[in-house]
Design a protein around this ligand. Structure first.
Ligand code: PEP
Length: 249
């Protein structure tokens, strides 16, 4: 989209130990050459956040969490609050990733609560939505996206506190991607839904595409109207791949 600085965001999922920080350093240093045109972000596992933030300090590069609890603190064994992520140096947090929705039964309502928790802690919420293969084959994609936008994105969302990530579930980690036309249709639909919900503030809200983005398809996907960056899983683990995608932005 004209005038929106693309965001190239990486989601390491449950990958990475302290030995991975050298790869992160290479990414953040290499990203400097693209920092005039795009913003860079990696969301490592929570165990690495603090050291990851130290690794990228002084570089034009951000660190984020992969999930947060809706509450600030309390009796929630194993969970991590948005405040804790911010305390470790995170600037963003992914909420509602399809793997969280599936593995942990997260509903749109839960995701909306997590987005509010992110804002309370001063984090940008990256709210993920996307249809399953069955839903696409049944011709329900746009209806599903409307329902997810309406349920997962609180009214207080702005272009500053929120990024939307459209990730077709069937494209995540499969090597499959929708056609550029299908991506264009989904993103135009999302922009229209957001405009209807939020008005003016929707115009500059980033809508990322995610699902099997790699260096070889990034240029085509990032050129699609209303695609304002990428959320990258597998190809965010290696500096060469991540930077190959950044080059296309
Ligand atoms: C993701 O996990 O958000 C993702 C898009 O994964 P991949 O790039 O591996 O498909």
């Amino acid at each position: 989209t004209p005038d929106i600085r693309p965001l190239i965001a990486g989601n390491w999922k449950m990958h990475g130990t302290r030995s991975s920080l050298s790869e992160l350093k290479a990414m953040a240093e290499g990203f400097a050459q693209y920092a005039g045109n795009a913003d860079g972000l990696i969301c490592p596992p929570a165990t690495l956040l603090h050291e990851a933030a130290a690794t990228v300090r002084g570089l034009a590069f951000s660190i984020g969490g992969q999930d947060c609890h809706a509450e600030e603190k309390g009796a929630h064994t194993g969970d991590i609050s948005a405040e804790m992520l911010a305390d470790c140096g995170a600037a963003h947090v992914i909420v509602g990733h399809s793997e969280r929705r599936t593995d942990h039964g997260e509903s749109d309502e839960t995701v909306a609560k997590k987005a509010r928790a992110a804002w309370r802690a001063g984090l940008v919420a990256i709210i993920c939505i996307g249809e399953t293969r069955d839903q696409r084959e049944a011709g329900e994609t746009l209806r599903v996206l409307s329902r997810q936008i309406s349920g997962s994105v609180p009214d207080e969302a702005t272009a500053h506190n929120t990024v939307i990530a459209y990730e077709p579930v069937w494209a995540i980690g499969t090597g499959l991607t929708p056609t550029a036309d299908d991506v264009a249709e989904a993103h135009a639909h999302l922009r229209a839904e957001l405009r209807q919900r939020l008005g003016e503030k929707a115009e500059r809200m980033r809508i990322l595409y995610g699902g099997s983005v790699k260096p070889s398809n990034a240029a085509e996907l990032l050129a699609v109207p209303n695609v304002d960056g990428a959320l990258v899983g597998g190809a965010s683990l290696k500096a060469d791949d991540f930077l190959g995608i950044a080059r296309a932005a």
